[in-house]
Design a protein around this ligand. Structure first.
Ligand SMILES: NC(=O)c1ccc[n+]([C@@H]2O[C@H](COP(=O)([O-])OP(=O)(O)OC[C@H]3O[C@@H](n4cnc5c(N)ncnc54)[C@H](OP(=O)(O)O)[C@@H]3O)[C@@H](O)[C@H]2O)c1
Length: 345
C-alpha cells in the first residue's frame, strides 16, 4: 500500500511517499480502507518530535510509528477476532495510528459509524479537534444554556467546532478571529464576532462564563480578567511548534490555586464521544469546516499549510475514493452543505 512515511523526526522534508506492507489486523482491531484523513496541530508536533518529552511516548531516537496521522474515515476492509461492532464494508470514522496511508489498523473502540450524510472528507475532519472542543466545553467548562462563551481562535480546527458545539449547548457565543474570517465564524453560528486586528477582548467590558483559548496570544491573567466571577478559562494548547507545553503546565498548577483557571484535559480514543459528535452532525448541529483538501502525495504541503497557523477549519488528505456503489461514494447523499473556509458552498 502507499503511505507517507517518516524515518526520523524533522520537518515535512523528512516525509516520503512509499510502497509498504499493508498492516495486519489483530484481535479486537479493525482494518480501515482509508478514504480520507485530516491534520491537526498534534501531527506537526509528532513529526518534529517536539516537545522532546513527548518522545517518551512516540520513540526516543526516531518515531516508533513511521506513519503520521490520527484522524481517519473509511470503509472496514477486515476485522480481527473478537470485533463485534463492525463488519467488512461498514463506513467508519475516528482515530487510528498511521492515517496517512491507504490502510490503517485500529482498535474497534476508536471508531464509530460514519454519519451517512457526511462525506468521508467531512467525517475525517471530526477526530481530535471536535473531540477536544466537545470535552473542553462539556466536561471542563460545563457550559449551560444562556451562558456567555468566548472562543479565541474561532476559525481554526478546534475553534470552528467549539463555536458550533457551544451553540448546540445553548450558549451565547463570541468568536475571536481576524477580518478575513469574520464571515466564516458568523456562518457557523457565532452570535458576536470580535476582530482581533481591531479589538482586544481582554481589554473590553464584556465578561464571559467560559473562555476557550486556542491561540495563546494573551497572558492567562489577562484572559481571566475577562471572566464573570464564576467563569472558567481553559487554555487549549498554544503553539504549532510545541512551545505551548509550559503554558499548559502553568495553567494546570494555577488551577489548583486560582479561581476561574481551568485545567485542560482531553481523553481521546473514546468511541462514546465520537458517537455524540456523530449525533450532533446527524442533527445538523455541527458541520465540519474544511479548509482545503490535498491528495496523499501532497501531505507534506498540507502539513506546511497547517503549520502556518492560518488554516481555516480543518485540512483534509484524500487517500482513496470509496468503491462505486457504496453509500457515501465521494460524498453522495449531500444532505449537509459543504462548509468550506469560504463559506457555504
Ligand atoms: N487539548 C487538545 O487535546 C487539543 C486538541 C487539538 C488542538 N489542540 C491545540 O489547540 C490549539 C489550536 O489548534 P487548532 O487546530 O484550532 O489550530 P489551527 O487550526 O492551526 O488555528 C489556526 C487558526 O487560528 C487563527 N488565529 C491565529 N492567530 C489568531 C489570533 N491572534 N486570534 C484569533 N485567532 C487567531 C487563524 O485565523 P487568522 O488567520 O484569521 O488569524 C486560523 O484560522 C493548538 O495549540 C493545538 O495544539 C489541543
Amino acid at each position: 500500500m502507499k503511505a507517507i512515511v517518516q524515518d526520523q523526526y524533522g520537518s515535512e522534508d523528512a516525509l516520503r511517499l512509499r510502497e509498504i506492507e499493508r498492516p495486519t489486523v489483530g484481535e479486537g482491531e479493525v482494518l480501515v480502507r482509508v478514504h480520507a484523513a485530516s491534520i491537526h496541530v498534534g501531527d506537526l508536533l509528532v513529526m518534529a518530535g517536539r516537545p522532546i518529552l513527548m518522545r517518551m511516548a512516540t520513540g526516543l531516537r526516531r518515531p516508533r510509528q513511521p506513519i503520521l496521522g490520527t484522524d481517519v474515515a473509511g470503509t472496514v476492509a477486515a476485522v480481527g477476532s473478537g470485533v463485534t461492532r463492525f463488519k467488512v464494508g461498514d463506513e467508519v470514522f475516528g482515530w487510528t495510528s498511521g492515517a496517512f496511508a491507504e490502510y490503517s489498523s485500529t482498535p474497534e473502540d476508536h471508531l464509530a459509524t460514519k454519519p451517512a450524510h457526511l462525506t468521508f472528507e467531512q467525517a475525517a475532519a471530526v477526530g481530535v479537534s471536535a473531540t477536544a472542543a466537545l470535552q473542553l466545553l462539556r466536561d471542563e467548562g460545563q457550559v449551560k444554556p444562556g451562558q456567555k462563551v468566548l472562543v479565541n481562535g474561532a476559525s481554526g480546527g478546534v475553534g470552528t467546532y467549539a463555536v458550533q458545539i457551544a451553540k448546540a449547548f445553548g450558549a451565547e457565543v463570541t468568536g475571536v478571529t481576524s477580518t478575513r474570517n469574520a464571515d466564516l465564524v458568523r456562518s457557523i453560528g457565532a452570535d458576536h464576532v470580535i476582530d482581533y486586528t481591531r479589538q482586544d477582548f481582554t481589554k473590553g467590558t464584556e465578561r464571559y462564563d467560559f473562555i476557550l483559548d486556542n491561540v495563546a496570544n494573551h497572558s492567562l491573567g489577562a484572559m481571566r480578567r475577562a471572566l464573570t466571577p464564576t467563569g472558567v478559562l481553559l487554555p487549549n494548547g498554544g503553539g504549532h511548534q510545541g512551545g505551548g507545553m509550559g503554558r499548559l503546565i502553568r495553567a494546570t498548577i494555577a488551577s489548583m490555586f486560582i479561581r476561574g483557571q481551568g485545567r485542560p484535559s482531553v481523553k481521546f480514543e473514546n468511541a462514546a464521544d465520537l458517537a455524540v459528535l456523530a449525533e450532533l452532525a446527524e442533527a445538523g448541529r455541527i458541520t465540519p469546516v474544511i479548509d482545503r483538501t490535498y491528495p496523499l502525495s501532497d501531505t507534506a504541503a498540507a502539513l506546511r499549510h497547517v503549520g502556518t497557523g492560518r488554516a481555516r477549519g480543518t485540512v483534509v488528505i484524500t487517500v482513496a475514493a470509496p468503491a462505486p456503489g457504496t453509500a457515501s461514494q465521494a460524498g453522495a447523499g449531500g444532505a449537509v452543505p459543504a462548509l468550506t473556509a469560504g463559506g457555504v458552498a
